[in-house]
Design a protein around this ligand. Sequence first.
Ligand code: GLU
Length: 507
Amino acid sequence: MSDKRVRVRFAPSPTGPLHMGGVRTALYNYLFAKKHGGDFLLRIEDTDQGRFVPGAEEYILEALRWCGIEPNEGVGYGGPHAPYRQSERKPMYRQYAEELVAKGWAYYAFDSSEELDHIRKQAELAKMPNWQYNSISRNTMKNSLTLPADEVAQRISNGEAYVIRFKMPRNEEVRFHDIIRGWVVFNTNELDDKVLFKSDGMPTYHLANIVDDHTMEITHVIRGEEWLPSAPLHVMMYKAFEWEAPQFAHLPLILKPDGNGKLSKRDGDRLGFPVFPLNWSDPTTGEQSSGYRERGYFPKAFVNMLLLLGWAPSNNQEIFTEQEMIEAFTIERIGKSGSKFDPEKTKWFNQQYLRAKSNEELADLILPLAQEKGWNVTKEYAAGVCALMKERAIFIQDLLDGPFLFEAPKEFDRDAVSKKWKPSESAALMAEWSERLSSIQDFKSDVIEQAFKDFITEKSLGMGAVMPLFRLCLTGVLTGPASSEVAALIGREESQSRINSAISKLG
Ligand code: GLU
């Protein structure tokens, strides 16, 4: 790698919410910049005003912030190349398009969209679909290559609408090196004369993208595979401007879980999992899509999952701190083929991050949720709840799955009652056990457990017959943490009161 300071950018168009594939692109750029002590820029590519979606830019910024993938330069962050929103850079692009015209690498084209439509239709009728404005057809079109110079000047001074097109050379073989894919070779005959500058005074994506990457001193372009077909044009444009091209790395696609096709924005929640980092409500259709944040994912777990969706470390490590990600990341270890998204593995990552937190940290997270449900407990108590629920939980919300840890059961699982509870016999047994609880000195789960064992041995009864009764009295159900643990958490008095109220309800 050259000794130039590494500068990479994430350059989304604000045409909707950021897809998780976009977040992954941002992540890889971020890690690469951090690894090389470089800069990570956020540029908003909004030259296509027709596709602008209100709220999309704010969404992108918020999503990156939530994920902890923060640019150090760009929209929302400022920097030496401001503005970073292309619509605000509008006045600077024309001169670059004109420069290419002056150098013989571009030309003015006056063909109206009606004329172009007509030609395309004619071509279709003649069974020649996909007509292109290219190195052959341009010779019969209305442009500054075919019209006399004075007529061109006249048309322009008359204010006639025109676009500026790139003059793609005929039959040249061009190659460039992609860090992920190796050498990419193409022939210019496959490429058309793309519009660089539109009649409304706006640059197209191609012009703005190249000019900005150059003027913002971008050294590496790391972006999605869908931009690979544009790369040959971009390489030709660098050549035309006589600028050094950045290095390219085109990331493989993220595929649907069954491997059938790309995981797209349109998949929304259709496949049973979100494709967006945050909730999104479409301003035009009103359609709601859920996000990983609102589903209860930790941003670090989400990002860790994305790291491994296309990139693999040299060992089998799966859980990475941010520092470890930065150290281990290399573009060379990004795979060439698409990666199947695995929603179950995504949950697994969340579970790992949840388990790694202390009960006190988790308590802080569940306290507000508990309060919303009207359960006001101390942090110490909440930490006790977390200790009991942690092993079974994937999401923070799961830690509250045992409402019985906060309030006495209002109902009892009928099935369980009819199978396990023998009227009067069970009641008498539990009444005795409740009394026995008073004699336990140190009301801790292991002591309670031992006392319970002694109690049933004394009675010559089996664990399987009596344990469910105790559990039912405390929780109303037969699942969840061990009864002795529940009893220790809720305390002696509460345990006794629950047993007694169960006795009076179940008889
Ligand atoms: N504006 C393009 C996008 O929306 C950026 C492509 C690129 O990174 O060059 O993805």
